[in-house]
Design a protein around this ligand. Structure first.
Ligand code: AMO
Length: 447
């Protein structure tokens, strides 16, 4: 890890040491006595007789500062946990210290007022507070090293997602979040006052990613989407991060599934290469992505799950059963279910031409939970008009979307991955809120 360049002099004009990060302290093992500067938070103070250990936390990890001078010990008494400090001292080898090097003879400067007692005991190896307390104090909870690590997994996954798609010739786009009509269904949409007329918060970038394949052929977007979910479940949020992908000139949805496989492999590679410390700290069971995902048809999936043949969709218990089946029969944490009933998928979904009651849609189930939805889409203008009519939707609110299909949109398809679902399953947490920075749900709009 490298330190950011710092100005060579302090405000007082005296030479200012460059900042050393906690994890870089180890590199001082062969330079004992070398002066250095750390900056960070007071993570913990451990008082022994005639000696206080100040454990300092920065973005890289923790460092041990040994305070022996009586005046400095008294000063540390007034620097409660979470106060931000600068520490200038000298390196000293100590096998007991993190990284084998500690800082001695420190001069400590508080960078702000003494911090209030944190609502969560951040110095404990694991958080002991319950989920409501953690969420109420999310601003502070996320400082806990294990929490930080869980977000590092998300950040590394995002990097891998982008890298895989960039490699396949995709262009990153950003679409509006204030929109004129619902895309996924009318029921769970948030209405907002848009200069005196109603508008909606986007439930997905669906329309935009489809019309943008008419420009770029291959697009992806990482952004927030909004669902007025009326149910309080462990897998639904009112706002989540959607990783959307759309590609043109496909034969059918199987081409889309092949790209999805490479994208998931890219996310896993991102986790392995960029979040090594987090994987280790949290003991993450990083999944192996098979060369091809096992695929079952919806009809077969119902049989596997022991569900009646006329079920219109898979319930969470069915997904768990199919996930367990994939693990047992294919040794895979992933399984694709394709061919959902056309009537129960969004109106833009392409039916299977020979059997139009089944669609060219799919879901990817990861460790027993739906992680991804996708499909081949309709691409002819008249098919959109017909699909909207069949469902009893007015065409007018969709005019600007549907009209795009008069201008030459190639056969295309795509998918969306829910970021929080991904991290949640990666860590196998019970509740998606545990891996969401600031969750929004039926009951929560702060912090
Ligand atoms: P869908 O609505 O199935 O499909 O959403 C895609 C994926 O997003 C995640 N997800 C959620 N995560 C947290 N809270 C929620 N309320 C929530 N709802 C969905 C899931 C889900 O698999 N436009 C289509 C995608 C496409 O066809 O390209 C869509 O949005 O992981």
């Amino acid at each position: 890890m490298t330190s950011l360049p710092e100005p060579p002099t302090s405000a007082s004009g005296s030479p200012r040491l460059p900042r050393t990060l906690a994890t870089d302290l180890a590199s001082y093992a062969d330079r004992p006595g070398q002066p250095l500067r750390l900056s960070g938070w007071v993570h913990r103070r451990r008082r022994l007789s005639g000696l206080t250990f100040l454990i300092l936390r920065d973005r890289s990890g923790i460092a041990q500062v040994v305070v022996k001078d009586a005046a400095a010990i008294a000063q540390v008494e007034d620097l409660p946990e979470e106060t931000t400090v600068d520490v200038v001292g000298v390196a000293s080898v100590n096998a007991q210290a993190p990284g084998g090097v500690e800082v001695v003879e420190p001069t400590i400067v508080a960078l702000g007022a003494p911090a209030d007692t944190p609502p969560i005991e951040l110095w404990r190896p694991t958080i002991t507070a319950g989920l409501p307390t953690m969420l109420d104090h999310a601003q502070v909870t996320w400082r806990h090293p294990r929490q930080q690590a869980s977000w590092q997994l998300a950040a590394a996954s995002l990097h891998g997602f982008r890298e895989a798609l960039d490699h396949h010739g995709f262009t990153e786009v950003h679409s509006p979040k204030l929109v004129e009509s619902a895309t996924e269904s009318g029921a769970n949409v948030f209405t907002v006052d848009y200069f005196g007329r109603p508008a909606y918060l986007a439930q997905s970038p669906q329309f935009y990613k489809q019309v943008l394949v008419g420009v770029f052929e291959r697009v992806y977007e990482v952004g927030p989407v909004f669902r007025a979910e009326p149910h309080d479940t462990v897998r639904h949020l009112a706002e989540y991060v959607s990783l959307d992908v759309e590609l043109a000139f496909i034969d059918d949805h199987r081409d889309v599934i092949a790209v999805l496989r490479d994208v998931v492999a890219g996310m896993v590679a991102g986790v392995r290469s960029r979040a090594t410390a987090a994987v280790e700290l949290l003991g993450v069971d990083v999944p192996v992505v098979p060369g091809e995902f096992p695929i079952v048809h919806f009809r077969e999936a119902l049989e596997i799950a022991g569900a009646p043949a006329d079920e219109p969709d898979l319930a969470p218990a069915h997904e768990r059963a199919i996930g367990a089946w994939a693990k047992e029969t294919h040794g895979s944490d992933f399984v694709v279910v394709e061919g959902y009933p056309t009537a129960h998928r969004a109106f833009y979904t392409h039916p299977e031409p020979a059997e139009p009651q089944w669609s060219r849609s799919f879901d990817l189930i990861f460790r027993g939970i739906e992680l991804v939805s996708g499909a081949q889409r309709l691409h002819r203008h008249e098919d959109y008009v017909q699909a909207l009519r069949q469902r009893g939707y007015p065409v007018e609110p969709y005019a600007s979307y549907v009209d795009a299909f008069k201008h030459g949109i190639p056969p295309h398809g795509g998918f969306a991955i829910g970021l929080e679902r991904w991290t949640g399953r990666l860590l196998e947490v019970e509740n998606i809120r545990q891996v969401t920075l600031f969750p929004r749900d039926l009951h929560r709009i702060a912090p």
